[in-house]
Design a protein around this ligand. Structure first.
Ligand SMILES: Nc1ncnc2c1ncn2[C@@H]1O[C@H](COP(=O)(O)OP(=O)(O)OP(=O)(O)O)[C@@H](O)[C@H]1O
Ligand SMILES: [Mg+2]
Length: 245
Protein backbone atom coordinates (compact mmCIF):
# COMPACT_ATOMS: atom_id res chain seq x y z
CA UNK A 1 0.00 0.00 0.00
CA UNK A 2 1.08 3.57 -0.59
CA UNK A 3 0.76 6.19 2.15
CA UNK A 4 0.57 9.90 1.32
CA UNK A 5 1.67 12.78 3.55
CA UNK A 6 1.54 16.46 2.59
CA UNK A 7 4.56 18.66 3.27
CA UNK A 8 6.21 21.67 1.64
CA UNK A 9 9.35 22.70 -0.23
CA UNK A 10 10.65 26.22 0.38
CA UNK A 11 11.44 28.37 -2.62
CA UNK A 12 12.61 31.69 -1.22
CA UNK A 13 9.69 33.10 0.75
CA UNK A 14 7.20 30.74 -0.85
CA UNK A 15 6.14 27.29 0.32
CA UNK A 16 5.30 24.88 -2.49
CA UNK A 17 3.20 21.79 -1.75
CA UNK A 18 5.07 18.47 -1.82
CA UNK A 19 3.56 15.03 -1.37
CA UNK A 20 5.57 12.33 0.35
CA UNK A 21 4.55 8.92 -0.99
CA UNK A 22 5.73 5.85 0.87
CA UNK A 23 5.42 2.35 -0.52
CA UNK A 24 6.34 -0.84 1.30
CA UNK A 25 6.60 -3.69 -1.21
CA UNK A 26 8.01 -7.18 -1.09
CA UNK A 27 11.53 -7.55 -2.38
CA UNK A 28 15.07 -7.31 -1.07
CA UNK A 29 15.16 -5.10 2.06
CA UNK A 30 16.03 -1.54 1.02
CA UNK A 31 15.10 2.03 1.91
CA UNK A 32 15.37 4.49 -0.96
CA UNK A 33 14.31 8.14 -1.27
CA UNK A 34 13.70 9.49 -4.77
CA UNK A 35 12.40 12.83 -6.06
CA UNK A 36 15.52 15.05 -6.19
CA UNK A 37 16.50 14.91 -2.50
CA UNK A 38 19.58 16.87 -1.44
CA UNK A 39 22.12 15.49 1.06
CA UNK A 40 20.06 16.49 4.13
CA UNK A 41 16.98 14.75 2.75
CA UNK A 42 18.92 11.63 1.77
CA UNK A 43 20.36 11.44 5.31
CA UNK A 44 16.83 11.58 6.64
CA UNK A 45 16.73 7.79 6.14
CA UNK A 46 19.11 7.24 9.04
CA UNK A 47 17.30 9.67 11.36
CA UNK A 48 13.91 8.14 10.55
CA UNK A 49 15.22 4.60 11.07
CA UNK A 50 16.79 5.56 14.43
CA UNK A 51 13.76 7.55 15.61
CA UNK A 52 11.40 4.67 14.85
CA UNK A 53 13.78 2.27 16.64
CA UNK A 54 13.73 4.65 19.63
CA UNK A 55 9.97 4.26 19.94
CA UNK A 56 10.24 0.49 19.62
CA UNK A 57 9.39 0.07 15.93
CA UNK A 58 11.72 -1.48 13.42
CA UNK A 59 11.37 -1.06 9.67
CA UNK A 60 9.87 -4.10 7.96
CA UNK A 61 12.45 -6.17 6.04
CA UNK A 62 10.92 -5.14 2.72
CA UNK A 63 11.58 -2.73 -0.09
CA UNK A 64 10.65 0.77 1.12
CA UNK A 65 10.41 3.47 -1.52
CA UNK A 66 9.83 7.10 -0.62
CA UNK A 67 8.95 9.45 -3.47
CA UNK A 68 8.87 13.21 -3.01
CA UNK A 69 6.39 14.51 -5.58
CA UNK A 70 6.61 16.61 -7.81
CA UNK A 71 9.74 14.63 -8.59
CA UNK A 72 11.41 17.37 -10.66
CA UNK A 73 11.38 19.99 -7.86
CA UNK A 74 14.64 19.97 -5.83
CA UNK A 75 14.02 19.15 -2.12
CA UNK A 76 16.29 20.76 0.45
CA UNK A 77 16.32 20.72 4.23
CA UNK A 78 15.78 18.45 7.18
CA UNK A 79 12.04 19.11 7.61
CA UNK A 80 11.18 16.05 5.47
CA UNK A 81 12.14 13.68 8.34
CA UNK A 82 8.77 13.80 10.06
CA UNK A 83 6.58 13.48 6.93
CA UNK A 84 8.70 10.53 5.80
CA UNK A 85 8.41 8.90 9.24
CA UNK A 86 4.64 9.44 9.34
CA UNK A 87 4.32 8.13 5.78
CA UNK A 88 6.17 4.98 6.84
CA UNK A 89 3.95 4.60 9.90
CA UNK A 90 0.93 5.10 7.64
CA UNK A 91 2.16 2.45 5.20
CA UNK A 92 2.82 0.11 8.14
CA UNK A 93 -0.72 0.70 9.38
CA UNK A 94 0.40 2.34 12.63
CA UNK A 95 -1.30 5.65 11.78
CA UNK A 96 -4.69 6.14 10.18
CA UNK A 97 -4.34 7.34 6.57
CA UNK A 98 -7.45 9.54 6.77
CA UNK A 99 -6.09 11.36 9.82
CA UNK A 100 -2.76 11.94 8.04
CA UNK A 101 -4.57 13.41 5.04
CA UNK A 102 -5.78 16.32 7.20
CA UNK A 103 -2.32 17.75 7.88
CA UNK A 104 0.71 19.35 6.33
CA UNK A 105 3.72 17.94 8.16
CA UNK A 106 7.15 19.52 8.78
CA UNK A 107 9.86 18.72 11.31
CA UNK A 108 13.30 17.27 11.83
CA UNK A 109 13.74 14.09 13.85
CA UNK A 110 16.39 13.42 16.47
CA UNK A 111 17.79 9.92 16.83
CA UNK A 112 15.81 9.56 20.08
CA UNK A 113 12.49 10.39 18.40
CA UNK A 114 12.37 14.01 19.51
CA UNK A 115 11.13 16.63 17.05
CA UNK A 116 13.65 19.41 16.52
CA UNK A 117 12.95 22.78 14.88
CA UNK A 118 13.77 23.47 11.25
CA UNK A 119 13.32 26.81 9.47
CA UNK A 120 10.16 27.85 7.64
CA UNK A 121 7.37 26.69 9.95
CA UNK A 122 5.40 29.91 9.56
CA UNK A 123 5.46 29.59 5.75
CA UNK A 124 4.32 25.99 6.08
CA UNK A 125 1.48 27.07 8.40
CA UNK A 126 0.32 29.74 5.93
CA UNK A 127 0.45 27.13 3.17
CA UNK A 128 -1.58 24.69 5.31
CA UNK A 129 -4.14 27.40 6.05
CA UNK A 130 -4.54 28.18 2.34
CA UNK A 131 -5.25 24.49 1.70
CA UNK A 132 -7.59 24.32 4.70
CA UNK A 133 -5.41 21.66 6.32
CA UNK A 134 -3.88 21.47 9.79
CA UNK A 135 -0.15 21.60 10.51
CA UNK A 136 2.01 19.13 12.42
CA UNK A 137 5.29 20.64 13.61
CA UNK A 138 7.84 20.42 16.47
CA UNK A 139 6.61 21.70 19.86
CA UNK A 140 9.27 24.41 19.96
CA UNK A 141 7.79 25.98 16.83
CA UNK A 142 4.11 25.80 17.79
CA UNK A 143 3.93 29.46 18.88
CA UNK A 144 5.44 30.54 15.54
CA UNK A 145 3.05 28.36 13.52
CA UNK A 146 0.04 29.63 15.50
CA UNK A 147 0.62 33.10 14.00
CA UNK A 148 -0.81 31.85 10.72
CA UNK A 149 -4.28 32.26 12.26
CA UNK A 150 -7.08 29.85 11.42
CA UNK A 151 -5.00 26.68 11.15
CA UNK A 152 -5.12 23.71 13.53
CA UNK A 153 -1.56 23.37 14.83
CA UNK A 154 -0.40 20.11 16.37
CA UNK A 155 2.95 20.90 18.01
CA UNK A 156 4.46 17.71 19.41
CA UNK A 157 7.64 17.36 21.48
CA UNK A 158 8.38 13.85 20.19
CA UNK A 159 7.13 11.05 17.96
CA UNK A 160 5.38 9.15 20.78
CA UNK A 161 3.36 12.21 21.85
CA UNK A 162 2.42 12.83 18.21
CA UNK A 163 1.28 9.23 17.66
CA UNK A 164 -0.81 9.36 20.84
CA UNK A 165 -2.42 12.58 19.62
CA UNK A 166 -3.18 11.19 16.15
CA UNK A 167 -4.71 8.07 17.71
CA UNK A 168 -6.76 10.24 20.05
CA UNK A 169 -5.40 8.66 23.22
CA UNK A 170 -3.63 11.75 24.59
CA UNK A 171 -4.45 15.07 22.96
CA UNK A 172 -1.84 17.82 22.77
CA UNK A 173 -3.07 21.30 23.61
CA UNK A 174 -2.96 23.78 20.72
CA UNK A 175 -0.14 26.36 21.03
CA UNK A 176 -0.87 30.09 21.49
CA UNK A 177 0.76 32.61 19.13
CA UNK A 178 4.19 33.56 20.50
CA UNK A 179 4.96 37.09 21.65
CA UNK A 180 7.27 39.06 19.41
CA UNK A 181 9.87 41.22 21.15
CA UNK A 182 8.50 44.78 21.09
CA UNK A 183 10.79 47.01 19.06
CA UNK A 184 12.61 49.67 21.06
CA UNK A 185 10.66 52.94 20.88
CA UNK A 186 13.00 55.75 19.92
CA UNK A 187 10.91 58.73 21.04
CA UNK A 188 7.89 59.37 23.23
CA UNK A 189 5.24 62.09 22.92
CA UNK A 190 6.11 63.13 26.51
CA UNK A 191 9.38 64.54 25.17
CA UNK A 192 7.52 66.97 22.88
CA UNK A 193 6.97 70.37 24.46
CA UNK A 194 3.89 72.28 23.29
CA UNK A 195 2.84 71.45 19.71
CA UNK A 196 -0.63 70.48 21.00
CA UNK A 197 -2.24 70.66 17.55
CA UNK A 198 0.48 68.54 15.96
CA UNK A 199 0.25 65.96 18.77
CA UNK A 200 -3.51 65.76 18.35
CA UNK A 201 -3.13 65.28 14.58
CA UNK A 202 -0.63 62.52 15.26
CA UNK A 203 -3.02 60.74 17.63
CA UNK A 204 -5.92 61.00 15.17
CA UNK A 205 -3.75 59.67 12.33
CA UNK A 206 -2.54 56.75 14.50
CA UNK A 207 -6.00 55.81 15.75
CA UNK A 208 -7.72 56.12 12.36
CA UNK A 209 -4.93 54.81 10.16
CA UNK A 210 -4.74 58.09 8.20
CA UNK A 211 -1.88 59.56 6.24
CA UNK A 212 -0.06 62.56 7.66
CA UNK A 213 1.79 65.46 6.02
CA UNK A 214 3.93 67.67 8.22
CA UNK A 215 5.16 71.07 7.10
CA UNK A 216 7.13 73.60 9.12
CA UNK A 217 10.40 75.48 9.35
CA UNK A 218 13.67 73.60 9.93
CA UNK A 219 14.16 72.39 13.52
CA UNK A 220 10.45 72.79 14.27
CA UNK A 221 10.23 69.20 15.53
CA UNK A 222 8.77 67.33 12.53
CA UNK A 223 11.22 64.42 12.68
CA UNK A 224 10.76 64.21 16.46
CA UNK A 225 6.97 64.03 16.09
CA UNK A 226 7.27 61.42 13.34
CA UNK A 227 9.55 59.32 15.56
CA UNK A 228 6.83 59.34 18.23
CA UNK A 229 4.28 57.74 15.91
CA UNK A 230 5.30 54.03 16.28
CA UNK A 231 4.84 54.32 20.06
CA UNK A 232 1.18 55.33 19.79
CA UNK A 233 0.14 53.06 16.91
CA UNK A 234 -2.22 50.23 17.90
CA UNK A 235 -0.81 46.67 18.12
CA UNK A 236 -0.63 44.81 14.80
CA UNK A 237 -3.05 41.95 14.36
CA UNK A 238 -1.37 38.65 13.39
CA UNK A 239 -2.52 39.00 9.77
CA UNK A 240 -1.22 42.60 9.59
CA UNK A 241 2.10 41.50 11.09
CA UNK A 242 2.37 38.77 8.42
CA UNK A 243 1.53 41.27 5.70
CA UNK A 244 4.48 43.50 6.51
CA UNK A 245 6.84 40.57 7.23
N1 LIG B 1 8.37 70.73 20.57
C1 LIG B 1 9.55 70.24 20.87
N2 LIG B 1 9.78 69.64 22.07
C2 LIG B 1 11.00 69.12 22.37
N3 LIG B 1 12.04 69.07 21.53
C3 LIG B 1 11.88 69.63 20.32
C4 LIG B 1 10.62 70.20 19.91
N4 LIG B 1 10.75 70.66 18.66
C5 LIG B 1 12.03 70.37 18.29
N5 LIG B 1 12.71 69.74 19.26
C6 LIG B 1 14.10 69.28 19.20
O1 LIG B 1 14.75 70.10 18.25
C7 LIG B 1 15.61 69.30 17.42
C8 LIG B 1 15.19 69.47 15.97
O2 LIG B 1 13.94 68.86 15.75
P1 LIG B 1 13.63 67.96 14.49
O3 LIG B 1 14.86 67.33 13.96
O4 LIG B 1 12.50 67.08 14.84
O5 LIG B 1 13.12 69.12 13.49
P2 LIG B 1 12.64 68.98 11.99
O6 LIG B 1 11.38 69.75 11.91
O7 LIG B 1 12.60 67.57 11.58
O8 LIG B 1 13.75 69.76 11.20
P3 LIG B 1 14.18 69.61 9.66
O9 LIG B 1 13.11 70.35 8.88
O10 LIG B 1 15.48 70.34 9.60
O11 LIG B 1 14.25 68.18 9.35
C9 LIG B 1 15.51 67.88 17.91
O12 LIG B 1 16.59 67.60 18.77
C10 LIG B 1 14.21 67.85 18.68
O13 LIG B 1 14.27 66.91 19.73
MG1 LIG C 1 13.60 66.44 10.05
Amino acid sequence: MVAHVATVAFLGLEARGVEVQVQIASGLPAFVIVGLPDKAVAESRERVRAALAAIGLSLPPKRITVNLSPADLPKEGSHYDLPIALGLLGAMGAVDAETLAEYVVVGELGLDGRLTPSPGVLLAAIHASSRELGLICPAAQGPEAAWAGDVEVVAAPDLIALLNHLRGSFMLSPPAPGEAEPAAISADLIQVKGQETAKRALEIAAAGGHNLLMTGPPRAGKSLLAACLPGILPELSPSEALGIM
